[in-house]
Design a protein around this ligand. Sequence first.
Ligand SMILES: Cc1cc2nc3c(=O)[nH]c(=O)nc-3n(C[C@H](O)[C@H](O)[C@H](O)COP(=O)(O)OP(=O)(O)OC[C@H]3O[C@@H](n4cnc5c(N)ncnc54)[C@H](O)[C@@H]3O)c2cc1C
Length: 221
Amino acid sequence: MKPSAPPPSERSRVRRAEDRGHYDRETIHAIVDAAYLCHVSFVDQRGPLCLPTAAWRVDDHVLIHGSNGSQMMKSLAQGTPACLAITHLDGLVMARSAFSHSMNFRSVVVHGAFEPVPDADKEEMMHRLMDHLAPGRRLEARAPDRNELAATTVLRLPLFEAAAKIRAWGPKDKEEDLSWPVWAGVLPLAQVRQTPRAEACIPADIPTYVQAWAEQQPGPA
Ligand SMILES: Cc1cc2nc3c(=O)[nH]c(=O)nc-3n(C[C@H](O)[C@H](O)[C@H](O)COP(=O)(O)OP(=O)(O)OC[C@H]3O[C@@H](n4cnc5c(N)ncnc54)[C@H](O)[C@@H]3O)c2cc1C
């Protein structure tokens, strides 16, 4: 499979299994949009760290947020070099040989440095997080007040130096292993939305947008 766009930089060029690398915005955006979380790697006075955190996309940036007191937020807000990864595991690939077992996945790696979202844009960015979690909910939930916004750092990382890597096929066995008498194929895996569970004091009727959320199953495009 030929990449649909050139890598944006030498360090973001997928070298290992390069046919799985993709650099076009559409592919990268779709993988980011299907995620609720990312892992951010960086080095601070504690040494190398890789921390999971909630993530969402607005235009050509991935956003994260956290308490002003978070050491991660403080380090990243200063422009510390960072690398962000998002991974969706789509299946376990059972090959004839143990060696050729693999995984199907969609992943994105972004290199760069975060920058703080200006105060004037913070509220809108937090609304966009709510839209990402459950479209429609921001119209009903109490919006963040001035103190809550002031206590929150919102950071954005440009999706410029980004690469996607995708594996979405069955086992690739060596020719001489194809006759080995064992089951081969893919054990598919997916993130599944389940029936919403209301708080005990909430009326039984669930809002349309909650129902819509539950009925929409995310997965590979
Ligand atoms: C669920 C899952 C399971 C995996 N299991 C294994 C495993 O068991 N063993 C193994 O060796 N590899 C595995 N990989 C692949 C792994 O992520 C690396 O792509 C691979 O190890 C190549 O590493 P490298 O240092 O040679 O990368 P290179 O190809 O040299 O990386 C160069 C650049 O390509 C980009 N890049 C590399 N990997 C990815 C990626 N996964 N997604 C997006 N961009 C990327 C980055 O910008 C990176 O800087 C797995 C990936 C996933 C998502």
